[in-house]
Design a binder for this molecule. Sequence first.
Ligand code: SER
Length: 314
Amino acid sequence: MDEKILIIGSSGQIGTELVIELRKIHGNENVIASDIKTSSEEVMNSGPFEYLDVMDERLLRDIVKRYNISQVYLLAALLSATAEKNIELGWQLNTRSHSHVLDLAKDGLIKKIFWPSSIAVFGPTTPNNAPQHAIMEPNTVYGISKLAGERWNEYYFNKFGVDVRSLRYPGLLGWKAAPGGGTTDYAVDIFYNAIKYGKYTSFIAENTQLPMMHMFDAIRATIQIMQAPANQIKIRSSYNLAGVSFSPKEIAAEISKHITNFEISYNIDYRQDIADSWPSSINDSNAKQDWGWRKKYDLENITKDMIANLQKKL
Ligand code: SER
């Protein structure tokens, strides 16, 4: 059956890359990009784009009906650092957009949903190498909104049979679009600064390890979980997903292999508290068992790929 797919938040870090990959699979005309700001040239020129503020439920429903949408990927959100600065908007946007989309499926308008969760659902009491089923006491607005969302996913699946699928993304590193407002963003900023200036001042402390992943792996995981037969998706809240864990010091050392004389310095800010509340690594054995997830990129490959592509781009 031909799918008609709506990507909400197509201009962000993930959306910019996901739209292109989904258009390759489903055809350009069948993947509708949408956001409150225009997307990359590649996205804008390769298929349909709709202006959509996801808080506007009427417009959302109108677009879904107009295009006869069967699947929604909801990527619009305020990330961890931005949500701490704007508590009300962070909570409203992250939770209301989600219920608008869940209700589309409950009301029979769409068949399948992808909704991203995050390592931010964990908190200071979560044991390290966070298990799938761990103590979850997040202490950030973003983390609280994502944990609430996970509970709603499972609820809508159990009560209304909504086919919603979700991943707890680690920090994502890609070169096509810059992230915005996250705590793990330092690991992308560091490459831009290394290439442009040969130095970087990190807002995260040198030995703080966080779970990270190449965007290529994240997109692959997203498409894989959405394509998996429904009976393989045994967890409907959200799956742990792991790539690699590293600290600012470790990524700086890896960058130094390519950019000689690269210098890192530190100027820690409020985002350190957020980083300290998250586990430094994630156990994703359930994703491996249930739908065959395997990561491809380690720190060495991520670094090579980021530098090679950003050098071309900048
Ligand atoms: N990368 C996100 C952030 O730092 C976590 O999901 O906010």
